[in-house]
Write a protein that binds this ligand. Structure first.
Ligand code: NAD
Ligand code: UFG
Length: 337
């Protein structure tokens, strides 16, 4: 069976392509390289021994996307393609609404035109906003998003839910990721942001190899045990395996489903630094800065639903993820060329 993976050269997409291949799926990747390098394709081949089909297409180009469906008969789609930098989305909101919404609408229309009915969408825990209660369940009411990026995820969830009501032959999974970190155990793939990293782990690994002097910890006066924010950090390879489980589930069970993909465990920023030091032996210098606007104090998932229905559970811990992220950074100090 062939799966179309949009954004399949990105951080989560590339790991998912590997998991799909390892589980016997054929893959065609669509990516416009807006935030990824073509070299990722070679690395997927090195790791799996298989070179997936790749078409450089912008999902906002409906005609080109339809041509991909004409050329490659597929049984399902995993839709990772999207812009994801929170701060950038505040500066250029229209680019985010255009790219993330239009690419999804084009994709669903192309799927309908080609009788492809199984879709997995990359949503985010950001749709829960500032949680009133923890852990977060899939039934927890959605909250106010704090930036245009988060709002695109909430809007797309709504669009796909409405679409599914009108087109019940579609099987759609909305996967709410918590905080993906880590990299492939080979050290060949990992998070490779352009410019100054927004996210914690890539910043930490760049400090660890001396590319940056120190980490800026955004606030130590939160109402948590050590004063820093708490997140549910999930190893990207566990997340990738969650997608394979979801694709298998959609092949058997019709309808729209929502799953949290996290570990169920919260870790503070200082907790991550401790795990990083234990995993790598590298102590990260830091300074405390003011809180970052839009950050919530804590979020972590209840993952019972995915465990029960998908028979999937995160297996790797934060220490393992820190080690794999560090390995990738050491082997690729300037990222993937
Ligand atoms: P990424 O930027 O590494 O990967 C996204 C890929 O999509 C990139 O390769 C980019 O070139 C491609 N892309 C973007 N717009 C496109 C378009 N219009 N047409 C074709 N390709 C396009 O990001 P990631 O971390 O791998 O995230 C994948 C998905 O998961 C995104 O939708 C993201 O919003 C979502 N997500 C990520 C996180 C996270 O912390 N990484 C958390 C929650 C949700
Ligand atoms: N942090 C720092 N210093 C940094 C970067 C981050 O102290 O240089 C802190 C943040 O304040 C936060 C924690 O580390 O407390 C995690 O921050 P990230 O930016 O790594 O992750 P976020 O939880 O803010 O956001 C991530 C993704 C979003 C997604 C969200 C879902 O970036 O795309 O998880 O919960 F929507």
């Amino acid at each position: 069976m062939k799966i179309l993976v949009t954004g399949g050269l990105g951080f989560i997409g590339s790991e998912t392509v590997i998991s799909l291949i390892e589980n016997g799926y054929e893959v065609v990747i669509v990516d416009n390289l807006a935030n990824s390098k073509i070299g990722v394709l070679d690395r997927i081949e090195t790791i799996t021994g298989v070179r997936p089909d790749f078409v450089k297409v912008d999902c906002c180009d409906k005609e080109a996307l339809n041509q991909v469906f004409d050329a490659y008969p597929v049984s399902g789609v995993i839709h990772f393609a999207g812009l994801k930098a929170v701060g950038e989305s505040v500066r250029i909101p229209l680019a985010y609404y255009r790219n993330n919404l239009l690419s999804t609408i084009n994709l669903v229309e192309a799927m309908a035109a080609h009788n492809v009915y199984n879709l997995v969408f990359s949503s985010s825990a950001t749709v829960y906003g500032d949680p009133k209660e923890l852990p977060l369940l899939e039934t927890t009411p959605l909250g106010e998003t704090t930036n245009p990026y988060g709002e695109t995820k909430k809007m797309i969830e709504r669009i796909l839910t409405d679409f599914n009501k009108a087109n019940p032959q579609f099987n759609i999974a909305l996967l709410r990721y918590f905080n993906p970190i880590g990299g492939h155990k080979s050290g060949l793939l990992g998070e490779d942001p352009t410019g100054i990293p927004n996210n914690l782990l890539p910043y930490v690994t760049q400090v660890a190899i001396g590319r940056r002097d120190k980490l800026h910890v955004y606030g130590n006066d939160y109402p948590t045990e050590d004063g820093t924010c708490i997140r549910d950090y999930i190893h990207v390879c566990d997340l990738a395996e969650g997608h394979v489980a979801t694709i298998k589930y959609l092949e058997e069970k019709p309808g729209l489903v929502i799953f949290n993909l996290g570990t169920g465990k919260g870790t503070s920023v200082f907790g991550v630094l401790k795990a990083f030091e234990e995993a790598t032996g590298v102590k990260i210098p830091y300074q405390i800065d003011p809180r970052r606007p839009g950050d919530v104090t804590a979020n972590y998932a209840n993952v019972d639903k995915a465990e029960k229905i998908l028979h999937w559970k995160a297996k790797r811990d934060v220490k393992q993820a820190c080690f794999d992220a560090y390995q990738f950074q050491v082997k690729n100090p300037k990222g993937i060329e």
